[in-house]
Structure formats: C-alpha cells, structure tokens
Design a protein around this ligand. Structure first.
Ligand SMILES: C[S@@+](CC[C@H](N)C(=O)[O-])C[C@H]1O[C@@H](n2cnc3c(N)ncnc32)[C@H](O)[C@@H]1O
Length: 181
C-alpha cells in the first residue's frame, strides 16, 4: 500500500506502482560473488526488497550505501534496517562520490539501481550516470532495471559494455542492464 500511495504522490520519482519481485531481484544481484564485495551501493531501494536480500549475502566486513530520495521510504528503511554495515541516506544518487569518501571507500564494487530513468529529466539522468561511472571500480558493474529499452542507448554511451537480461516474472516484466566501464 505504501508503494502505491507514494507512486500517486510523485509518479516521476517513484516510477512503479508495486515493489519488484524476488525473480527480478535474482536477475539484479544473483550473479554477484559477494565473497569478493567490499562496498555495494543501491540507488532507489523503495521499500527495500533488494536491500534486505543483499544484506543477507554481504560479508561481515563489507559495507552498503543506500540512496533514497523519498522521505516515507527513507523513514521505513531506517526503521526496518538496523545493521552497522549499512548506511541509509535520504539523498539523491548523484551524491555517491561524496558519501563513499565520507565512509572511506574509494569506489563501489557494484551499483544496484532501480531508478526510473525513463521519467527523469535529461540533466538528472546524465548527472547520476556520470557519478556512477566515476565511482564504480574498474572491475565492477552498474546493474539497472527498467521496464523498457529506452535507456539502452544512453547506457551504451556511458559504459564500455552493456549486457541485457529480461525478467518476465515481475509486474510489469523488466529488462536488466549489466554495465561495465
Ligand atoms: C521503481 S522504484 C524501485 C523500488 C525498489 N528498488 C523496487 O525495485 O521495488 C524507484 C525508487 O527510486 C527512488 N528515487 C527516485 N529518484 C531518486 C534519486 N535521484 N536518488 C535516489 N533514489 C531515487 C524512488 O523514490 C523509488 O523508491
């Protein structure tokens, strides 16, 4: 219910009427070798469907930075996730560099993004993707889902490699982009 309420309050921020399925989650973080991950970043966790699963898989000494602009989702996440490895921020995704530095982290090994790029203004998309590229480790991946192929061209411009997957079991079905620098 909280998801649909937030969607109708701000469609261009929330970008979906319901949380993603676990099937889509598996396509997003299922291929990650968590034993090697030191720092993982999430953009747009919403109610935390991916966040909570990622936390279960993280090493005891790994860290996670979570960027959520919606105040209701942010408060809910802060109440539900109490873990010293996780920093939950009511900040926009393009601030990744600033907050990695504050946490003494050089780069993110993975960035998991659910941001609704299709409904974002061009400048915001550009600025978030620029910050993501600048703050992703050399062998890392930026993993983004979208309900369409609209973002494909832009992601191919920003990253050296973009691999596509598809999750049919989600409402609506979604494309997953795995991007490397
Ligand atoms: C499509 S929802 C995805 C939520 C959740 N990850 C899921 O898959 O169910 C997108 C989320 O991105 C958040 N968001 C929108 N713009 C943002 C920004 N600039 N920085 C961080 N989060 C943002 C929204 O508030 C919303 O929670």
């Amino acid at each position: 219910m909280s998801f649909i309420t937030e969607f109708f309050k701000n469609k261009s921020e929330v970008g979906a009427v319901a949380p993603s399925s676990k099937f889509l989650g598996k396509k997003m973080y299922g291929g990650i070798n968590f034993s090697k991950v030191k720092c993982i970043v999430e953009f747009g966790p919403g109610t935390g469907v991916f966040t909570k699963e990622i936390i279960k898989r993280m090493n005891p000494d790994a860290c996670m930075l979570v960027f959520e602009t919606n105040p209701s989702f942010y408060i809910k996440l802060k109440q539900e996730i109490v873990d010293p490895r996780v920093v939950i921020l009511n900040e926009s995704a393009e601030k990744i560099g600033e907050y990695l530095a504050l946490e003494n982290q050089e780069k993110a090994d993975f960035i998991i993004s659910s941001l609704p790029l299709t409904v974002f203004p061009k400048e915001l998309k550009e600025s978030i993707l620029k910050s993501a590229v600048e703050n992703l480790s050399k062998n890392g991946q930026y993993i983004q889902f979208q309900y369409s192929l609209n973002a494909h061209k832009l992601l191919k411009e920003k990253f050296n490699s973009v691999k596509l997957a598809f999750s049919l079991i989600n409402m609506p079905p979604a494309f997953v982009y795995k991007c490397s620098i």
